[in-house]
Design a protein around this ligand. Structure first.
Ligand SMILES: *[C@@H]1O[C@H](CO)[C@@H](O)[C@H](O)[C@H]1NC(C)=O
Ligand SMILES: *[C@@H]1O[C@H](CO)[C@@H](O)[C@H](O)[C@H]1NC(C)=O
Ligand SMILES: *[C@@H]1O[C@H](CO)[C@@H](O)[C@H](O)[C@H]1NC(C)=O
Ligand SMILES: *[C@@H]1O[C@H](CO)[C@@H](O)[C@H](O)[C@H]1NC(C)=O
Ligand SMILES: *[C@@H]1O[C@H](CO)[C@@H](O)[C@H](O)[C@H]1NC(C)=O
Ligand SMILES: *[C@@H]1O[C@H](CO)[C@@H](O)[C@H](O)[C@H]1NC(C)=O
Ligand SMILES: *[C@@H]1O[C@H](CO)[C@@H](O)[C@H](O)[C@H]1NC(C)=O
Ligand SMILES: *[C@@H]1O[C@H](CO)[C@@H](O)[C@H](O)[C@H]1NC(C)=O
Ligand SMILES: *[C@@H]1O[C@H](CO)[C@@H](O)[C@H](O)[C@H]1NC(C)=O
Ligand SMILES: *[C@@H]1O[C@H](CO)[C@@H](O)[C@H](O)[C@H]1NC(C)=O
Ligand SMILES: *[C@@H]1O[C@H](CO)[C@@H](O)[C@H](O)[C@H]1NC(C)=O
Length: 433
């Protein structure tokens, strides 16, 4: 049996570091001094802020609890109840590996430590959630490609382990602690391959205190305009996941920091390893954050528009190798996650096709709650307030070959959504932005 690289699933979506703290500290600089200040060189104070980010970042996780799993197995629309948020405080440190010879770039990895914050959470890590068994759907997807004898063996493995499409797991198992999956262990044994670390699945399993991928960014020393722009990721200056050069471009910063001197016309380029692609934000309006003027930038609809509407996005469809091209508002991660049927969207399919919202009962996209944004002080390029938001969905396709999959609806099944934000001035839940 061949199961090579079935999984994923390091859905280790990282984001913003503590550069959010800069604002007050350097906004007093004059124009020419600023350019000298905004550089990542050893010993510089911007460098120290960047390396030991001390501004707390919070990760808020919300699950879609399925209230009618048995009916979904018979083809009904899922009825979803959003639960949470379960809040984790993050501590990040950038571990510098090296500077280039001329100091024009720095290569580093980020180490993130997560602490559960019961005081900010609406629920506990013991809460039981009914949701999709993600590793099972991945094995099914892979299983479809096997010979009939191998499929028979895989079905036996599922039967003897009582593997089902829906599971009831507590929050800590679904996120950091993970749950052991005997059928993954058995299938791995047969395939003589490792499918999941320790045959254990959790969306953030193994991510606490671990180091991120290797990223090389420009320091701004040789060219201030390139400050914090990504040069390479895991040693590559372009990606290999997508169909053509455009989609494979590595453009922009990690969205924690931008170059100074923004105008309302600036398009902010962002490279997101978690989304396996580059994206961008555009100006929406002027705002004030604690009295200071800022520009609000948002992720426009065009970023995830379907190829029909925005032909630039055709290359994210990979010649339909992983299924028909999807509609607006979603990104299939299969090409960069070992074929796993995982699809990313904005929360509640915000800015997405109505069809996806309508496939479940209980979703309601709302701009203020679900849109990703950054409020940036234009002269310094510093983020005063911002939120990264995304939703994880599983692409469900009925198939006669596996028991629980026979009559399920053909749909994108929402599992959870995640928001990473800086906490507002007062430590109460209503001040998350
Ligand atoms: C999720 O739904 C299940 C079954 O309907 C219920 O037992 C459980 O308490 C719910 N979880 C939360 C956090 O509300
Ligand atoms: C807490 O969760 C419950 C459902 O689990 C929900 O009804 C309630 O609105 C949530 N409260 C907040 C402040 O989010
Ligand atoms: C690079 O930076 C280090 C530390 O600031 C300095 O000692 C070294 O001379 C710089 N190299 C070049 C080529 O500027
Ligand atoms: C992450 O590791 C730290 C240090 O070992 C620990 O205190 C914390 O509870 C862990 N977080 C989670 C979510 O398990
Ligand atoms: C979650 O469930 C696992 C397995 O039953 C258990 O070992 C663990 O203690 C639970 N975690 C919490 C926080 O209740
Ligand atoms: C299925 O098998 C075919 C032929 O061996 C291969 O080209 C294709 O990539 C496989 N698909 C998946 C999802 O593994
Ligand atoms: C299993 O894989 C390992 C390393 O990939 C290899 O050394 C070993 O010979 C393989 N065993 C079998 C039975 O194929
Ligand atoms: C797998 O288990 C071993 C032993 O318990 C542990 O040291 C290791 O960190 C685990 N792997 C991951 C990715 O958590
Ligand atoms: C990357 O940046 C170049 C130059 O600014 C631009 O032409 C291109 O459209 C960008 N690519 C993506 C995928 O954003
Ligand atoms: C922004 O774009 C508009 C229209 O394209 C142009 O008239 C204006 O000069 C630009 N402003 C700046 C600061 O580049
Ligand atoms: C939403 O689903 C209902 C059936 O469940 C259907 O009648 C309606 O046309 C759908 N609306 C859209 C916009 O797809």
């Amino acid at each position: 049996m061949k199961f090579i690289h079935i999984l994923l699933i390091c859905l280790s979506f990282k984001t913003a570091t503590g550069l959010w703290g800069w604002g007050g500290k350097i906004s007093g600089f004059f124009h020419n001094k600023l350019e000298k200040a905004v550089r990542l060189t050893d010993g510089g104070f911007v460098f120290k802020l960047w390396r030991d980010a001390d501004v707390p970042i919070y990760m808020l996780v919300r699950f879609f609890n399925v209230t009618n799993p048995d009916l979904v197995l018979r083809g009904d629309k899922p009825i979803l109840e959003e639960v949470g948020p379960y809040v984790y405080q993050e501590r990040r440190e950038n571990h510098v590996e090296e500077f280039s010879i001329d100091n024009s770039t720095v290569t580093y990895r980020t180490k993130t430590t997560f602490y559960f914050r019961p005081d900010y959470s609406n629920g506990t890590e013991e809460d039981i959630i009914t949701t999709i068994n993600v590793p099972y759907t991945v094995m099914v997807e892979r299983g479809l490609n096997l010979s009939s004898l191998e499929k028979f063996v895989l079905r036996e493995i599922f039967e003897t382990n009582g593997e089902r499409l829906f599971i009831n797991k507590n929050v800590s198992e679904l996120l950091f602690e993970g749950y052991y999956q005997p059928s993954v262990a058995e299938a791995s044994g047969l395939a003589n391959d490792t499918l999941l670390p320790n045959n254990t699945f959790g969306f953030f399993y193994g991510k606490n205190e671990s180091l991120s991928d290797r990223v090389e960014i420009y320091t701004g020393v040789s060219n201030p305009a390139l400050f914090a722009q990504t040069r390479s990721w895991e040693g590559q200056t372009e990606l290999t996941f997508w169909d053509d050069q455009y989609c494979n471009m590595i453009n922009g910063t990690d969205a924690t920091v931008f170059s100074p001197w923004l105008t309302r016309n600036t398009t902010l380029q962002i490279f997101s390893p978690d989304m396996c692609r580059s994206l961008y934000m555009v100006y929406e309006k002027d705002v004030r954050v604690t009295g200071i003027k800022a520009y609000k930038f948002v992720i426009p609809k065009s970023v995830l528009e379907s190829a029909e509407v925005n032909p630039d996005n055709q290359c994210y469809c990979n010649g339909e190798e992983f299924g028909p091209c999807l509609q607006t508002g979603v990104l299939r991660l299969a090409p960069c996650r070992g074929g796993a049927p995982v699809v990313l969207s904005w929360p509640h399919f915000y800015n997405g096709d109505e069809v996806y919202v309508n496939q479940s009962i209980g979703l309601r996209p709302i701009k203020d709650a679900h849109e990703g944004f950054a409020m940036i002080e234009p002269y310094t390029g510093l983020i005063r307030r911002g939120s990264k938001r995304y939703q994880i969905n599983v692409e469900l396709k009925p198939t006669r070959q596996f028991r629980d999959m026979k009559r399920v609806p053909n749909m994108l099944f929402p599992v959870m959504w995640v928001e990473e934000s800086k906490l507002g001035r007062f430590n109460t839940r209503s001040y998350f932005t």
